[in-house]
Design a protein around this ligand. Sequence first.
Ligand SMILES: Cc1ncc(COP(=O)(O)O)c(C=O)c1O
Length: 397
Amino acid sequence: MKEELDERERMGRLRRLSTAVWLNDGWIERDGKRLLNLASNHYLGLSPWVSGKEWEALRRETEAMGEPGVRIGAGASRLIGGHDPHHQALEREMAEFKQREACLVFTSGYMANAGVIAALVGRHDAVFSDRLNHASIVDGIVLSRAHHVRHPHRDLNRLEAQLKKWSAGATGEAGRVPRKLIVTDSVFSMDGTEAPLADLVTLKERYGAMLMVDEAHSGGVYGPEGRGMCHELGLHERVDVIMGTYGKAFGAVGAYIAADGIVIRYLVNRARTFIYNTGLPPFMAALIRARLREVRAADEARSELMRKAALFRARLRAGGLDTGEGASHIVPVMLGTDERAVAVSAALAEAGIAGVAIRPPTVPEGAARIRFAPTPQHRDEDLLRVADTVARLAQYI
Ligand SMILES: Cc1ncc(COP(=O)(O)O)c(C=O)c1O
């Protein structure tokens, strides 16, 4: 282990934890230093703290449900007596929000992706996955033991060729027609690019595949009331499985799957990360319900976020930097080598800016970068200053 860690250190790939204390208005304190926090997924800038008033409302609401207090732990898997009235209410409210028949809450996005993909497909099936899909999707595919058919980022021609080939050669070894699942991030987490969702829906319908869309980075940010990218494009009824997390724009933790009732009933019976995992803490389910109301009302924050991200990206580009092909609220600055990304990140910290170096294997070899995520709280002048600082640093590092 030591040799491996030393090797990682030598390659500039060692990961380390550092404690960050969240301050007001998009700032953090790390190692005693105040930093403008452009390294979070707290996209709407909702208050990261629970207020006394919020707790009080939560306590009263819980008592009205017939419970003596707000429960901390679910106490068991939700199937074994851990299903709280707040879980039930959250799933009902989420199904209404996502305008789908039913919804199922998981303890994290990682758990949702790992469990759902492994439940939907098995050894005789195939998953068609964009090369830049999140690690939790990749792990779900590995866990499923299905054929892992990857295509270059957003390459629809390659995907169609693969779907065609698989459909022609498919056998009935599974004792049923082999399943095909297309799975994609909606907004790609490290590139800020958007998935070609309309085309994916066309392909999935043409080749009789299922489509699962991970809205981790678009939930709360895209679409009316933050319902997500599938809604923004009017595709929410044509996507088989919509997944999203509460750890990003919602500022909480946990995840949901929205789908037809039969899919949700199937997952309750088949998704091992739901069946064999202690349920989401009931107090968190209750706080997410409050968060859902805030997210729905956050239209102003959503448009400010997009305006600020566009302003920031334009300034970076004007400074000669490569911000990739995306146009979303996630803004990467491509730096190439690991060493360069690490050195720029360290120099940014010196300048009072938190911007994290993202290196392989999170991104492809030679594509190290700093990933910036502005929030509506960041002032325009601060973002412009950060862009100018990055441009200056990139000239000599
Ligand atoms: C696209 C995507 N899906 C899933 C996850 C996992 O979600 P969670 O952090 O809730 O486990 C993340 C990030 O964490 C992500 O970026």
